[in-house]
Design a protein around this ligand. Sequence first.
Ligand code: PLP
Length: 379
Amino acid sequence: MEHYLDNAATTRVSDAAAQAALAAMTGEFGNPSSRHQAGARAAQALKEHRTVIAKALGAKPEEVVFTSCGTESDNWAIRGAVHLNRRRGKHIITTAIEHDAVLEPCRELEREGYEVTYLKPDRMGNITVEQVADALREDTVLVSMMLVNNELGTILPVAEVAKLLKQRRSAALLHCDAVQAFLHAPFTVSELGADFISISGHKVHAPKGVGALYIKNGIKMPPMIVGGHQEDTLRSGTEATAQIAAFAAAVQEGVTRFEQDSVYLKELKSYAAKRLTSEVIGLELIGDGQATHILPVSLPGYKSEVVVRFLSDMGIYISSGSACHKGKPSHVFAALNLPKKQMDGVLRISFSADNTKEDVDALVTALKQAKERLFTSLS
Ligand code: PLP
């Protein structure tokens, strides 16, 4: 029996999403650009799927552009925003705990002459609107801030930042990476007030290979890909109709089950936190992240990579930090300035509504065994 507790890395494709993909691949498989009826039906389906995603965001369908993943959405938003504001300045504000999908384009821009301020979190992983206020300048052209951190589960004050930019009459555009927030922390585009919002399918029970970027009405975004004029000329390339169909089906389910899943996940996370801290001696919770699906902990004195491998051999899957880091210490936990022993032992447990208390029980038992069988590190 396997216990998958790494849902911030990716989620199982739901049955409804898989069925929607299959139907789009084998039934209504036409090219939405084709002029015949099969094409028209595919175009109609695409329109309906876009409406589902837009509704979940509280956006208009024309404000949602499908991309291949959250990373593409992040890259495009950042590149697009600085291009649109290229005559206004060369200063960007972001945080030290963004995903690499945001940090890497920022680093590229630094090499091209931009100045980037990376706001540091406090020990609990929180960033405040005052930090943004202090960093904001006349020549700031972009603020990029995630809504939910993928490793800590902390919620960042994006809506307050939007208000601040308005108050200061700043020309800076606001991008929000909402990949871990979408269908986990409730928001609508108007509540958030961002100009760009990135989301990704595979974090919400859709397949890998599809994401979306919300682009606020009125923003004349430069295209991501040029070619056949798909996606209102913003992102050419034949639309990934199967992934998009699955994305819409997963989002529809996620919206319908939102209240019920939030309550369930909150309770499951709290059950896990209680059992882990009381039964796995030495285990500590990290930060005070409010997201219901992410629980970061540390087993000080133990190397997280070794623990993850030990658990994996027992069929229990968690992460030693972001899955994208593959063994390197995570920049997110590094930004918290944790003592080395605690930092080395950092583990991320992340839930979906597919998980049960039995998964948590198996994890607790396995971590107790890990403590008995593994050597502590000398560091
Ligand atoms: N942003 C955040 C906060 C994430 O957690 C991830 C994935 O881990 C991404 C962006 C990248 O999304 P994708 O895997 O769809 O490219």
